[in-house]
Structures are given as C-alpha cells and as structure tokens.
Design a binder for this molecule. Structure first.
Ligand code: SAM
Length: 302
C-alpha cells in the first residue's frame, strides 16, 4: 500500500516515484507548504486556529503547533488532511485547564495524527490515550462499496497497519511521547476497561462496527461540553451508526445528538450537551471543507 500524505508526498521510495512526485521532491518544502495551504483551503483553518481564543495556548504556541503539524505531515504517512486535525486541536485548546479530562484517539495508523495531537495535548497539560490494534483493520465482512461522493472504498484485514514500535518511534521523533498512553488491542477488548473522563475523542476507525464500539464506550465518558469527532463521515455505513436513534437510545440511554457535517464532510462531530448549561466547556469546531476530486477522494497530490 502506498500512502500519500496531504502534502502529496508519497511514502514509496523515490526511485519508484512518477515524474510529478520527483518534481515535488525537488521543490523546497516551505514553498510546497505555502502552495498547499492555498490549494487545499487549509489556509482558512490555519488562520482561524492561529487567531482563535485558546486559553491553553498563546499565539506563539499555536504558531509552533502549526509548524509542527506540517513537519509531521511531511514526514509521516497520514490518513487525514491538516484541517481535519486542526479542528480537534482547536477544540481541545479552547477547554479551560481546570476542566478535567483526557484526549482520546481511536485508530492511529502510523502515528501521524498521534504525533500532531500529542504536541497540542502537551500544550494543554493533558494526557492522550491512543487505542489501536496496531495490526491494522480487523477482519470484517462490512459491505463498504462507495463513499458519499461515489468513490470506491474497501477495508481489508490488515489495511492501515502501523506497528506499535513504528507509531511510538514516529511520536518520539515528531511529537511528545511523554503525554501519550498506548492501549493495544481490539476496541471491544480494551475500551470496556477504560474509565477516564474524556474532553475530546477523535475516531478514525473506518469500520461501522469499530465506530459503534467506540461510541458505546467513549460517549458515556465524554464530559458535558466534550466533543467527539469522527474522521469517517464519508462512509455511509458509519453514518448509519451515527444516525441510528435506536442505538443512541438503547445503548447510550440518550437521544441522538446533533451531528455536524453529516453527509457532507469526512470529518463529522457531535458535542455532548451540558446537563445544567452553566459550565465553561469546549468551543464548537468548524467543520472544515475538504476538497474532493472526481472519485470523491480527498485531494492528496499536486
Ligand atoms: C484509517 S486508520 C487511522 C488513520 C490515522 N488516524 C491517520 O490519520 O493517520 C484506521 C485505524 O483504526 C484501527 N482500527 C480499526 N478498527 C479497530 C478495532 N476494532 N480495534 C482496534 N483498532 C482498530 C486500525 O488498526 C488503523 O490503525
């Protein structure tokens, strides 16, 4: 599998790169990032992040985070685009420090998102708990065929595999391992033993069954005002889980929350409502507009 990050840099060796990739490899990185900022529309989320109210991070710290996000994107194969990572980071840094709670990432692949989240989590003085099998997508018979834009999708056993050693090595190089706790295993085995309050949960798990397990175990731990993001809003079977009133009522003993970005965006999010409405909580995030190409895939090159 050749994974391309959102700067369009392939993880394959340079000898096997097509001409376009070879040219890109010669363009100075700063120029590539600058070009990419405008072409993908990342400029909007980067600016709104830099100028956002974030009690946990001053402007200079936010600037350093943005620089690090691009450094990571450039060096680690990532399954997201920058604006999709800026949204949870922005939400996390908007939470006042006195509110307790960890940040959870479910599904980390090679640890690109983990490294990114970890630099913001350090800034916020919190802990990042990372759940993954570290063996890729589990065996499944889910009939994924097309995403919401009509592009083909399928998730085979072992896809998106990042071994624990590879993930921790990427986080050591580009992020902050001291704020991370890695929980290895299938979600349905590991999550039932997890009980910490969660301020931000970020799911990128591809399967509807995995999403269901994450919602079942993480939603009850989300603090009022906390936000759950899913990076799988382009997958109809995952949307079906989010949209299932009966699931929310039966499994989670609550009514279905408003799901932002539903049916229009790869990154969707929902916020747990305040019980009394008097807490200072998490800022709503803006659902980024991700450019998609004709096949309905996120743009990842040029
Ligand atoms: C698309 S990848 C994550 C991409 C990553 N967030 C990024 O942006 O680079 C999906 C991940 O979910 C994990 N995963 C999916 N279902 C799982 C399950 N039921 N238990 C444990 N891990 C699971 C896979 O191992 C894989 O690392």
């Amino acid at each position: 599998m050749s994974v391309t990050n959102d700067l369009g840099v392939s993880s394959a060796g340079s000898a096997s790169l097509p001409l376009k990739e070879k040219i890109k490899a010669r363009v100075p990185r700063a120029l590539l990032i600058f070009y990419r900022l405008f072409r993908t529309g990342d400029i909007v989320s980067v600016c709104s992040f830099l100028w956002a109210k974030a009690p946990c991070a001053k402007f200079l710290e936010r600037w350093r985070i943005v620089k690090q996000l691009y450094r990571i994107t450039y060096n680690v194969p990532c399954g997201h685009v920058q604006s999709e990572m800026i949204a949870p980071i922005k939400a996390m840094l908007a939470v006042p420090a006195e509110r307790q709670g960890v940040v959870v990432e479910a599904g980390c692949f090679k640890g690109g998102g983990t490294a990114k989240l970890s630099v913001a989590v350090r800034c916020a003085g919190r802990e990042l708990v990372v759940f993954d099998s570290f063996e890729g997508i589990p065996d499944n018979a889910e009939p994924h065929e097309k995403n919401i834009w009509g592009g083909r999708v399928r998730f085979l056993k072992g896809d998106y595999c990042g071994a624990l050693e590879e993930v921790t090595s990427n986080v050591r190089r580009y992020g902050d391992p001291s704020v991370c706790r890695f929980v290895k295993g299938l979600f349905h085995d590991t999550m039932p033993h997890f009980s910490q309050p969660v301020i931000i949960a970020y799911l990128d798990v591809d399967l509807a069954s995995s999403t269901r397990t994450c919602l079942k175990h993480l939603w009850p731990l989300l603090v009022p005002g906390g936000i759950l993001f899913s990076q799988d809003g382009h997958l109809p079977l995952v949307l079906k889980v989010f949209d299932d009133d009966d699931f929310w009522k039966r499994e989670l003993k609550t009514s279905k929350p408003r799901i932002h970005g539903f049916g229009t965006s790869e990154l969707i999010w929902c916020r747990k409502e305040f019980d009394q409405g008097s807490h200072a909580g998490c800022q709503p995030a803006v659902t980024p507009k991700i450019p998609v190409n004709k096949e309905g895939r996120k743009e990842s090159s040029d």
